[in-house]
Design a protein around this ligand. Sequence first.
Ligand SMILES: [Zn+2]
Length: 408
Amino acid sequence: MKQLFLIIFGSFLMSGLSAQTWFHADTIMKHINYLASEELQGRGTGTEGEKLASDYIVSYFKNWKLKPAGENNDYLQEFDFEAGVHGQGGRKGKANNVAGYLDNGSKFTVVIGAHYDHLGTGIDGHSLDPHSEGKVHNGADDNASGTAGVLELARYFSTNTEKEPFNFLFVCFSGEELGLLGSAYYSEHPGIDLKNVTCMINMDMVGRLKQDEPVLEVSGIGTAPEWKSILEKFQSKALKIQMDSAGVGPSDHTSFYNKDIPVLHFFTGTHSDYHKPSDDVDKINAEGEEAVLMIISGIIAQLPVDRKLEFLKTRNPSMNSSKSFKVTLGIMPSYTGGTDGLKVEAVIDDKPAFKAGMKDGDIITKIGDNEIHDIQDYMKALGKFEKGQSAIVTVNRNGNLVELKVTF
Ligand SMILES: [Zn+2]
């Protein structure tokens, strides 16, 4: 397997991502088309649309003869949820995780997960559309793409002719958008013994790999000493891997990191449709996702088989402290670095930066008197302002410096 893999993978990288692979863009697209269709009404946690999505996932898990790994010998695992700020004061109900286990009789297990819920019709207050209520948030990238990734990897690992040296747990979480509820519950009530899990791989938003200069963001590199050298093998001119060490982040791998399990989170980057009704299927790059799945299967082929990865604790990301800020600019920063300043991936409608005329793609170089070279500078500078204060924010827009007056 390993030899064959490296040969195929080598040709795959050299051909600029256009080679034959064992994942299929059309199948990825088929899954995303259904999961992000109007019929599923945005897969809000505990809704009828989410039920249709879990039925869909279960039908494939059954087809591939995965063992039920939810609860009560079922693929589903029900848990209680409450929406609202910090899981309080909102809609209450029951939602389901979906889990299937591929038992290869191996010593160790790889967990492959993604959340399949999204924002539904924008009623729980997590939408970035200022008038979200009643609008279907299809969540094609977030996270029909990751769910399709779980399905494609499950298909591949359960139907390939060569027996893999690992068992696999495939799990689709609900309640992620309400605060990682499903994965937190699953990690407390797992359908398999987590003691034999060597790592957890999470895909959250893997459907929007850029066509020119594609970058795949992978976080969790610091959670095992082996990750960096494994990941380096998949660096290529055709697809740059941007690594981040943190094991804690805004997605479900955090729940497994908290159980001392090495994790990786795969992410093709933020965009201006994030958490908006416009996160639709027409913007999905299915060939790009195919490449992401090739890299994930390649990484799995590089894992040690005779021992578990060694778990390491990582620094907490500086973004965690943003919750304590009194002010916000209202942008989605780019986490990929590589520019002097802070690149604005997306400007959020009706927030201070938007009102001041900031544009997607601007690079923030100064806030008031504070020079901004990276995200740390940016966080430090924001911490100095109070609500209602104004500041001149200097941005680099296509090589020209533009000054914007922002009122926080
Ligand atoms: Zn997500």
